[in-house]
Design a protein around this ligand. Structure first.
Ligand code: ACO
Length: 209
């Protein structure tokens, strides 16, 4: 069985409310689709190019297939797919993906947050909760995050969480219809000190409820 999966993490209090993460659920379909259809302009510039129009890829009926695919990867130990909640309500997703074990013990982290709760510390809290978990219970050694140089909010999230910039990947990922440059940010377990959550709390950016 996959170490560290399933798990619920948090809550952590930030300006937007109480942030927690839990495994994705089939019944997230309604919230997931409603928010993503409304938030197309907020999300599409930063997400992998998909087949077909946004409204089809994010319809209520496209969630079960995504849920099934992510759940089976999670069962095989290849990803940890979470829903982010704020005050108990669906508020986005955060995923640890491409988990490689053996001598690498590495993965990437990716996330999105509903436009209704942005700029309130939600993504930073979710990254801290999930990365701490990945480095402890899930036994990983390195977490990487790739982000477009234009994505100032996401770069802020990674910097606040304690990630370090490692380089620029040229024409790295097919995002919003073209091959886009991405900065690579990363962190290894040796750099976490007392933990990302503990550091956020010490910096006054989050509180234990
Ligand atoms: N210009 C400058 N700073 C900004 C702007 C802006 N236009 N918008 C937000 N910010 C700042 C906020 O003020 C905040 O910084 P602060 O705490 O110093 O004030 C920071 O950016 C955002 O931090 P959080 O509040 O923790 O993050 P939030 O919950 O708002 O979520 C996120 C950020 C996930 C990037 C959200 O905007 C989003 O979902 N964007 C669309 C999808 C996306 O880009 N996902 C990330 C892809 S890259 C990856 O997954 C590694």
């Amino acid at each position: 069985r996959h170490p560290g999966w399933p798990a619920r993490l948090g809550p952590l209090r930030v300006a937007a409310g109480e942030v927690a993460v839990r495994p994705i659920r089939l019944r997230d379909a309604g919230d997931w689709s409603r928010i993503r259809l409304r938030d197309q302009e907020h999300l599409e510039p930063w997400e992998p190019t998909g087949p077909g129009p946004w409204r089809d890829r994010n319809s209520y009926w496209s969630w079960p297939a995504q849920w099934t695919a992510l759940r089976s990867l999670a069962r095989r130990g290849q990803c940890l797919p979470y829903t982010i909640t704020v005050d108990g309500e669906f508020a986005g997703q955060i995923t640890i993906g491409n988990v490689i074990r053996a001598s690498l013990r590495s993965a990437w982290v990716g996330y999105w947050v509903s436009s209704s709760v942005v700029k309130g510390g939600v993504a930073t809290a979710a990254v801290a909760l999930v990365v701490d978990h990945a480095f402890t219970s899930a036994g990983l050694h390195r977490i990487e995050a790739t982000v477009r140089p234009e994505n100032t909010p996401s770069i802020k999230v990674l910097t606040k969480a304690g990630f370090r910039q490692e380089g620029l990947f040229k024409r790295y990922l097919d995002v919003a219809g073209d091959w886009r440059d991405h900065y690579c940010y990363a962190m290894t377990v040796e750099e976490t000190g007392p933990g990302l959550v503990a550091r956020l709390v010490a910096a006054g950016r989050a509180e234990y409820p």
